[in-house]
Design a binder for this molecule. Structure first.
Ligand SMILES: [Zn+2]
Length: 377
């Protein structure tokens, strides 16, 4: 059985799953190329899905595309292009990068702009449930009505306020009753896209999109949901509150959060401009080496990218390719079982790579074990 660190339970727990496993990994806002932080998140979900399929489960992984939000509208305004043209271009780049890295294709990749009717329905349901209110042309979730607010992140109020401010939550908005209340629907600025609604023309808040898409695509309870660790609050906390306010059911069974990738001592982020793009690495290195460089770090911790990781990964690939192939043999099965055991232990990919190194060094066939990690040798 797979054991995984559940960030809401704050411990490693065994995954108890049915034949069909639903997963939701928060997707990109398509306004810039995919960087290594993105790749690390989707690769983590990929390794998990490969093992679940190996165990005989069917996996359905939804990865949304946030094609309308503050970031993409700002970038489109700067470039002087239509935001959906910018989105189309960046989605194509992202899909090409992820395909090159050999990721299992998403079961569904819905776009926020495709879900406006679902979002409007859900906002109406949150209002009817008594957990939201209208103010200043917007609809806000009323956090004081939801006692479990904070149960995903376990942060105290001061931490939540600081993070909300950092992530565009605008705690000082005078239309709010409580500074942690968050927007479900908001009026658009004059040059922004707007959809008609019974609360006036506007556009969705950030969090409501993922709830609407998860509920539409996967039902009321998602088995495994997650993304980068910086999404725990406010994004996943808010998703949970608004979803459970309407359904009365647990929104997520297991939370999977991936550590952040840094560069030269700081977090890799758009605002700091210190991004390493997947597409740039793929110009100089083969995809399997990039994949191995990422798998060499455990998903849960934060870590620092260095070009040395790629040099080491390419050398590792070379050593593996020198090992005998012989798939289907008893020796190959033994190596694959060790890889399975490592993956089942909270996705210990560094341990799995070490096991493959050892097997390759002693001339054992490693092809099947490497394939379980999505690496063809
Ligand atoms: Zn999301």
């Amino acid at each position: 059985m797979i054991r995984l660190y559940d960030s809401s339970h704050r411990s490693v727990v065994p995954l108890e799953l049915g034949p069909v496993v639903s997963l939701y990994s928060c997707g990109i806002t398509p306004y810039d190329a995919a960087h290594l932080g993105h790749a690390e998140v989707y690769l983590t979900f990929d390794v998990l899905q490969r093992r679940l399929r190996d165990l005989g489960h069917e996996t359905r992984c939804v990865r949304n595309v946030t094609d309308v939000d503050d970031d993409i509208l700002r970038k489109a305004r700067t470039l002087g292009v239509h935001y959906l043209d910018l989105a189309a271009e960046e989605i194509a780049r992202f899909d090409a990068d992820m395909a090159a890295l050999g990721l299992v294709p998403a079961w569904s990749e819905p776009r926020a702009t495709s879900a406006i009717p679902d979002i409007l329905t859900l906002v109406g349901q949150v209002l009817e449930s008594g957990h939201a209110y209208q103010s200043g042309g917007a609809v806000y979730f009323d956090v004081t009505t939801f006692a479990r607010f904070g149960s995903v992140s376990h942060f105290d109020e001061a931490t939540m306020l600081a993070l909300a401010a950092e992530h565009g939550g605008n705690p000082g908005d005078p239309n709010k009753r409580h500074p942690l209340d968050f927007v479900l629907w908001q009026p658009s600025l004059p040059d922004e896209p707007a959809w008609e609604s019974r609360w006036g023309p506007g556009r969705p808040g950030w969090h409501i999109e993922c709830s609407a898409l998860a509920l539409r695509e996967l039902g009321q309870t998602v088995d495994i949901h997650g993304g980068g660790r910086d999404l725990v609050f406010p994004h996943h906390e808010c998703e949970t509150a608004q979803s459970e306010a309407v359904t009365g059911k647990p929104f997520v069974r297991y939370w999977l959060h991936v550590g952040l990738v840094g560069l030269e001592g700081t977090k890799m982020s758009k605002s700091l401009g210190n991004l390493v793009f997947v597409s740039d690495l793929l110009k100089a290195w083969e995809p399997a080496a990039v994949r191995l460089a990422l798998l060499g770090h455990h998903y849960r911790g934060d870590w620092e990218w260095s070009d040395g990781d790629l040099v080491a990964a390419a050398a590792r690939l070379e050593r593996w390719r020198a090992a005998p192939v012989r798939p289907g043999s008893e020796a190959a099965a033994a190596v694959t079982d060790v890889v399975r055991d490592r993956v089942d232990d909270d996705l210990d990919t560094p341990g799995a790579l070490a096991a493959l190194d050892e097997a390759a060094a002693s001339r054992q066939p490693i092809g099947d074990g490497a394939a379980l990690l999505g690496v063809e040798v």
